[in-house]
Design a protein around this ligand. Structure first.
Ligand code: 6GP
Length: 822
């Protein structure tokens, strides 16, 4: 096989041919979108050869595989990333230049496949990249949502959600695989029948079902010929209006099944760290899990006669509790289809399934009402009941007579099915996503389970892929790094530490800051084009981009901006280094305070950006539609990274790592992975502030925090809060922001006022911001600080994280794929 990506002539010919066959057009006639499609098909052609070779290697070498089950995969655009991993980015760029096309412009035609909300979904995407790059056999298993994360428009300062029809032009990198379809059943009832072997078997009757049809997407490893598979499932009706059904008078059922299939995969629930508890969501979960487990078992059985040894070749990682029905589905298949005994099936399941916890936020803990669960999944519910019954016997044995323990730990209790409990009881591994988070799980949230199963608990600190977030997103810095230390960092980020020798070198410092400046220009242009706001690339770019959530404290950030504005107005001559505060965040459609915070940010921006008297010292920008593609540019351009969650609330964070990789300094709390970043680079090279997680937890337990005390004592904070309700930022509307004011001060409106301690941490935050400004004024000192951050980012590669999962949890075999020339 010849790789046409490295042969300019051949590649151009292939693109031209594709335009011709796909659209009956010449290059001159083709639209940009059509050229994107043609280029992508040319690239896919090369990928397919490697994909075939990878499958053949799997068949031959029979490696153990991980099935990474996740409701979300926030992949971002594939074209550029695939070219990088095929090591053909430069070649293809040059070839396209030759026929008058700009690769950047072509990349820009690709929709962002946004089949995820935020951290959890993006982590899954980084993991897929690392698995393929490290040479491990992996299937990502998810849902092919017709509509991914909504597009965000800002109208009159408010968020407006626009449907994301990412499939409207067809997605060139996916492959429909109808030959791997499976039936998934819902509802009906369970009947016990005598089985051939003399035992009883359980059969689901009078159910509705859909056909799960997988679309495979290639996951290209870096420079190693490996191509893994992300299988995302579409739902189709089992039988659409077959004459048969009419004859049987089953017309209604046929319509229902058609509707079920249509609705099932229609849309991603746009909640981050929060559950909505909708029946359709549980249907989505069981749908993709059942299909994936069926495919995993079918693949295993094709090559292996003994189902008892499933765990030697298959491991299932559950990305949070959303796919936890996998446990019961595997039990169902082993019991009902393979005819195993309970003990045999349980022995296999508990060696095959593992669980990752991604949050301690109470509102994200999945609990399903028994009524919904048992009606929708009658056989699965039976199995969960039996798992629960046996588990409670175990608890009784360990803690005889302790009903309190049993009530607390039960999988089914108080009319609800608790998915985390099911995941922990059936899983062989339970991990948190940063050291602090795992410790909190062990000491607080999951303490009872840790005491019973200490051996299951372990930590896997998150990471990110440097291939997307440095190599692709920041080509200038990537090239600079390679010039200084060679290319090894691309597959082993620990090499970055070799940059440490340059941090005091004036020339290197200057080069580094010049690259930052170029990246700020690139972002400034984007902001000018998309927001119509002019920002000064010489000002400090201070950035908070992430999902909007009260615990992430975007509100504290904007209150601080209001505070600075008051100061500048009051002391026009005070020294102040110009700053541009940049925000980007989507709010869940029904999350009132989050949406109101977006409005507040835009209202503050409106006042400040139009106040000529402050001499451009302050600018506030809200970037519309924050997503993976513009994130790459934003990280590259940031000077300051805001990681300011209330300590204990952010399980890990991964944006924090992307900023660090791109040479931004972190202002942050000792929360999530910030703690480990400080350990790597030294606290003195970050701007740490605020309460510790222990202090926060103590206040929560003692209920001894009253924000009113701060309001009464601190005149400047009081002034800022009053501006929320005196019409200062709302054209005299005193009610517009009252809910935010109340959330901070009024115990009548929320259970606890200022639940996330914005006022408590405010002074410490403001003081840290003063340290940032002082540090930035010292040009050399700043260059050294941010370069040190880059030099110590090595630990935060998802390659490191994945290797730890492999060593401690999955025990996969490394695969080497060779593609022979034909
Ligand atoms: C997120 C956590 O909030 C974030 O701190 C972490 O970095 C990320 O997961 C990846 O581990 N959690 C979610 O997005 C979520 O919805 C249920 O958890």
């Amino acid at each position: 096989m010849k790789n046409i990506l490295f042969d300019k002539k051949e590649f151009i010919k292939c693109v031209k041919d594709n335009v011709k066959t796909l659209y009956r057009k010449t290059m001159e006639e083709a639209s940009e979108q059509e050229v994107f499609q043609a280029v992508s098909y040319a690239v896919k052609d090369v990928i397919i050869d490697n994909w075939l070779a990878t499958q053949q290697t799997f068949d031959k070498e029979d490696p153990k595989m991980v099935y990474y089950m996740s409701m979300e995969f926030l992949m971002g655009r594939a074209l550029g990333n695939n070219l990088i991993n095929l090591t053909a980015y430069k070649e293809v760029k040059e070839a396209l230049d030759e026929i008058g096309f700009d690769l950047n412009m072509i990349e820009d035609q690709e929709p962002d496949p946004a089949l995820g909300n935020g951290g959890l979904g993006r982590l899954a995407a980084c993991f897929m990249d690392s698995l393929a790059t490290l040479g491990y056999a992996a299937y990502g298993c998810g849902i092919r949502y017709r509509y991914g994360m909504f597009k965000q428009k800002i109208k009159d300062g408010y968020q407006v959600e626009v449907p994301d029809n990412w499939l409207k032009n067809g997605y060139p990198f996916e492959l429909r695989r109808p030959e791997h379809s499976f039936e998934v059943k819902f509802g009906g009832y369970v009947q016990a029948e005598p089985a051939e072997n003399g035992r009883t078997k359980f059969v689901q009757k009078n159910y509705q079902s859909v056909l799960a049809v997988p679309y495979d997407m290639p996951i290209v490893g870096y420079n190693n010929n490996m191509v893994n598979t992300l299988m995302i499932w579409d739902a189709e009706p089992m039988e659409c209006f077959e004459l048969d059904s009419f004859d049987k008078g089953d017309y209604r059922k046929a319509v229902e099944q058609e509707n079920l299939a249509r609705n099932l995969v229609e849309v991603l629930y746009p909640n981050d760290n929060h559950i909505q508890g909708k029946e359709l969501r549980l249907k989505q979960q069981y749908f993709f899990v059942s299909a994936s487990v069926q495919r995993a078992v079918a693949r295993y059985k094709k090559y292996h006669p003994d189902i008892h040894k499933l765990s030697e070749k298959v491991t299932i990682q559950m990305n949070d509790t959303h796919p936890t029905v996998a446990v019961a589905e595997l039990m169902r298949i082993l019991l009902d289809e393979e005819g195993l005994t309970w003990d045999e099936a349980w022995a296999i399941t508990t060696k095959t399934c593992a669980y990752t916890n991604h949050t301690i936020m109470a509102e994200a803990l999945e609990k399903w009402p028994i009524e919904i669960f048992s009606r929708l999944l009658p056989r699965i519910y039976q199995i969960v009941e039996e798992i629960n019954r046996r588990f409670l016997l175990e608890v009784e044995e360990e803690y005889p007579g302790n009903q309190y323990k049993k009530d607390k730990m039960a999988i089914i209790h108080d009319g609800q099915v608790k998915m985390a409990h099911l995941a922990i009881v059936a899983g062989y591994s339970v991990n948190g996503v940063a050291r602090l988070h795992t410790e909190i799980l062990k000491k607080q949230e999951l303490k009872d389970f840790y005491e019973l199963f200490p051996q299951k608990f372990n930590n896997k600190t998150n990471g990110i892929t440097q291939r997307r977030f440095l190599y692709h997103g920041n080509p200038l810095l990537a090239e600079w790094v390679s010039n200084k230390i060679g290319n090894d960092w691309i597959t082993d980020l620990s090499h970055m530490e070799k940059l440490a020798v340059y941090v005091d070198d004036p020339k290197a410092q200057q080069e580094f800051m010049q690259i930052k400046y170029q990246n700020k220009l690139r972002l400034a242009k984007y902001i000018q084009e998309h927001n119509g706001i002019e920002v000064d690339p010489r000002s400090i770019f201070d950035v908070q981009v992430k999902r909007l959530h009260e615990y992430k404290r975007q509100l504290m950030n904007i209150l601080h901006v209001m505070y600075l504005y008051n100061k500048i107005k009051e002391h026009p001559d005070m020294e102040f280094y110009p700053r541009t505060f940049i925000f980007g965040a989507k709010a869940a459609a029904g999350y009132k305070n989050a949406k109101l915070t977006i409005k507040l940010i835009n209202a503050v921006a409106d006042v400040i950006n139009h106040d000529a008297s402050i001499d451009n010292k302050l600018k506030v920008v809200f970037i519309e539609d924050y997503k993976v593609s513009n994130a790459e540019w934003i990280f590259a351009a940031a000077d300051v990274s805001e990681q300011i969650s209330t300590a204990s609330k952010e399980a890990s964070g991964t944006g924090n790592m992307k900023f660090m990789l791109n040479g931004a300094a972190t202002i942050g709390t000792m929360d999530g992975a910030n703690v480990e970043m400080a350990e790597e680079v030294g606290k003195e090279n970050m701007f740490i502030f605020g309460m510790s997680s222990d202090e926060v937890i103590a206040h929560e337990q003692n209920r001894d925090y009253n924000p009113m005390d701060i309001f009464n004592q601190d005149q400047e904070i009081r002034q800022v809060l009053m501006q929320l309700i005196n019409g200062f930022y709302s054209g005299n509307d005193t009610e517009l922001f009252r809910d935010l004011y109340n959330s901070l001060l009024n115990t009548q409106c929320t259970q606890f006022a200022d639940t996330y301690f914005c006022l408590k941490d405010f002074r410490s935050y403001a003081e840290a911001q003063e340290r940032v400004e002082k540090a930035y004024r010292d040009e050399k000192g700043w260059a050294k600080l941010v370069m040190l951050n880059v030099a110590h980012v090595g630990k935060f590669s998802s390659d490191r994280t994945i290797q730890e999962y492999v060593d401690d949890i999955w025990h996969l075999d490394k695969v080497k794929v060779t593609v022979t020339e034909q």
